[in-house]
Design a protein around this ligand. Structure first.
Ligand code: G6D
Length: 340
């Protein structure tokens, strides 16, 4: 087990967490961004399986949120506003009249305080930050920590903890684009995804949840028996077309909060465990084309995101799990990526 730290791109630091079985993860203190994730394939060939920019400078204006920590609230908040405890709050509007992924100065755009810890069986990077009262319009001073832990079982766990001195919405997640093939010229059409997908949130033309939760049965969102992402990418349903011919939807778990993703050519299987009630499944339908990535140029469908989170549609609609963190309540969520 090893953890190294390097100064990169001026004031940034890049931490490389390495275990004894060929897995390593590179993380910036800027945006908590995962820039590389090296995992062995079925032949033991170690390759990068996440989308990352070739030039650090491209992370400064990361409108695709590659690899980034997202917060204070991931996903879209309609009209960038909400009511809470009798008060009306206006957030920064960074996508038309709406608020996306914490706003223009969201957690993907800040330099986090960092610390490391190493033991015989795991290495940890701890990133901390205080988001000030009314920063981007959110109420309360929010103390956040994100701990990245890599162990010798080829597991990377992100542990989120937060507390605020005022009731506030919080929905933290990670926005890494995965491509298990290790070949970034390939798309994710042939990634097989399986999870207990019970309902998905219907979107309007602006990708804002309408408040309607739709049963997944007999839709391209039914992953309970496993299906290729390509099924949804070529589907002609209204919801697929609205999302730019793919998935960009919040899908709520049934009983098991886990996702299994596999890719045949490499033989890689990734299992995601979380305590979040659902995930935004995003198949990079809107990923800018031609961006210089570590292993080539970006293209539509080059990666898939599983943004485990509660959803801020709860601020405007019934039926969605709570996103309000009460004063002095402890926020705790985790996302564990395991590779066989
Ligand atoms: C697009 O709609 C999608 C979002 O879900 C995604 O997070 C973003 O691109 C990177 O706006």
């Amino acid at each position: 087990m090893d953890i190294t730290e390097e100064n990169v791109h001026g004031k940034w630091k890049e931490f490389i967490l390495t275990n004894d079985h060929g897995m390593s993860v590179s993380i910036l203190n800027f945006g908590g961004i995962i820039t590389n994730m090296i995992v062995p394939d079925k032949y033991g060939k170690c390759e990068n399986i996440v989308l990352g920019y070739n030039n650090y400078a491209d992370y400064e204006n990361n409108t695709n949120y590659l690899g980034a920590q997202i917060g204070r609230v991931a996903s879209r908040i309609k009209d960038g506003s909400f009511h809470l405890n009798g008060s009306h709050y206006e957030l920064a509007k960074n996508e038309g009249t709406h608020h996306l992924h914490g706003g223009p100065n969201g957690f993907h755009q800040i330099i986090w305080e960092s610390g490391t810890h190493q033991s015989e069986h795991e290495v940890n990077l701890v990133l901390t930050h205080t988001s000030k009262h009314l920063e981007n319009g959110y109420p309360g001073n929010l103390d956040i920590s994100v701990t990245y832990t890599l162990n010798n079982s080829n597991e990377l766990t992100l542990n989120y903890q937060a507390a605020s001195d005022h009731d506030t919405p919080v929905a933290l997640t990670n926005h890494t684009y995965f491509n298990l093939s290790g070949d970034m010229t390939d798309t994710v059409h042939n990634h097989r995804v399986q999870f207990d997908s019970r309902y998905f949130a219907e979107l309007d033309e602006e990708l804002i949840p309408t408040g309607k939760l739709i049963e997944t049965t007999d839709t391209p969102f039914d992953f309970r028996n496993g299906r290729l992402l390509g099924d949804g990418l070529k589907s002609e349903t209204t919801q697929q077309i609205i999302a730019g011919n793919g998935y960009d939807h919040y899908v709520m778990f049934g009983s098991e909060k886990a996702v299994t993703v596999s890719e045949n050519n490499s033989g890689r299987t990734m299992k995601i465990h979380t305590n979040a009630p659902g995930v935004v499944l995003y198949t990079a339908n809107g990923l800018d084309e031609g961006l210089k990535l570590n292993e080539g140029l970006s293209q539509k469908y080059a990666g898939v995101c599983f943004e485990a989170q509660p959803h801020p549609a709860a601020l405007h609609h019934e039926g969605f799990p709570n996103v309000i963190l009460q004063t002095e309540e402890k926020y705790h969520s985790y996302i564990k990526y395991s590779f066989e």
